[in-house]
Design a protein around this ligand. Structure first.
Ligand SMILES: [Zn+2]
Length: 285
């Protein structure tokens, strides 16, 4: 069994350097003594042979590049998550990408997309946020096309708005060689099927095994086998059995085994899908 974690955050705390950040960890929690290197070692012991470290702002995108340096099995994705859309001007973000895309470790753009979860949509402030998120998403899709890099798309909303708007932007920016994954699958079925018709890959996380995740499992059944990727999104979304804890990158093995057992998925095929999506970047930089 070989597994590639197609979306994880060795660049975020508490994984990066053992700082608790916003997680509440007891003083004796072993995580506080670990850095991303210990986590990578633990993952290697669970047959994880590759990982994509995904950026969500400028600072942690730079950490992704640092982590991927001298680690041929780890590649970096650089990107600005919609939550950070107002951190800088569009021009500044553009300059950030232009300065950092030449790094050979950068093999994808992301995460980028739209996230309106828990936002009050009736305010002026929301309109500003929405507009900034959309412009920034478009910018990252355009950069991805120019540099021929795959894109990691993040969408979250408590209504369907962000999903349909994402689809609309993807359609407008579509080109046959634009490769994208809808990371951490969610959203209306028709949105998923339309994205699949544009060649989308769909990423599944530890939450696929949650008791209340029936909708997610029915999405999984609709995705062609050659479009399925798996991911931890560590430190978020620990698999069932580890809920309430920090998701550690090795836990991708739990999700892999769950998918193999419950859905009879061929893990070698998922490995192949991941290699294909990231253009065989692992171990080949
Ligand atoms: Zn993520």
């Amino acid at each position: 069994m070989k597994i590639i974690d197609s979306h994880c955050h060795y660049n975020l705390e508490p994984i990066f350097s053992g700082k608790p950040s916003h997680f509440s960890l007891e003083d004796n929690n072993p995580l506080l003594q670990m850095t991303w290197k210990n986590h990578w070692q633990k993952a290697l012991e669970k047959n994880v042979t590759g990982a994509v470290v995904v950026g969500s702002n400028i600072e942690n995108s730079l950490s992704s590049i640092e982590i991927a340096k001298n680690n041929p099995q780890i590649v970096a994705a650089i990107g600005i998550h919609p939550h950070h859309a107002l951190d800088n001007s569009l021009e500044e973000f553009k300059t950030f990408f232009e300065n950092n895309l030449p790094h050979p470790e950068v093999k994808a753009i992301g995460e980028t997309g739209l996230d309106y979860f828990r936002l009050n949509k009736t305010t002026e402030e929301f309109k500003r946020t929405q507009q900034a998120q959309q412009k920034l998403f478009r910018l990252q899709l355009q950069i991805a096309k120019r540099y021929k890099l795959p894109v990691i798309v993040h969408v979250r909303d408590d209504s369907e708005d962000a999903y349909w708007e994402t689809l609309e932007i993807l359609k407008q920016e579509y080109s046959p060689d634009l490769k994208f994954v809808l990371h951490c699958a969610s959203g209306p079925t028709r949105y998923i099927t339309e994205a699949l018709s544009m060649g989308a890959y769909i990423g599944f996380d530890g939450n696929i095994g949650y008791k209340n995740a029936g909708d997610l499992r029915s999405i999984l059944k609709r995705v062609p086998l050659d479009k399925i990727l798996i991911e931890t999104d560590a430190p978020y979304l620990p698999p069932q059995g580890y809920r309430g804890q920090v998701c550690e990158p090795w836990m991708i093995a739990e999700t892999a085994v769950y998918l193999e057992k419950e859905f009879d998925l061929d893990l070698d095929l998922i490995y192949k899908n991941t290699q294909e999506f990231f253009k065989y970047s692992f171990e080949k930089k």
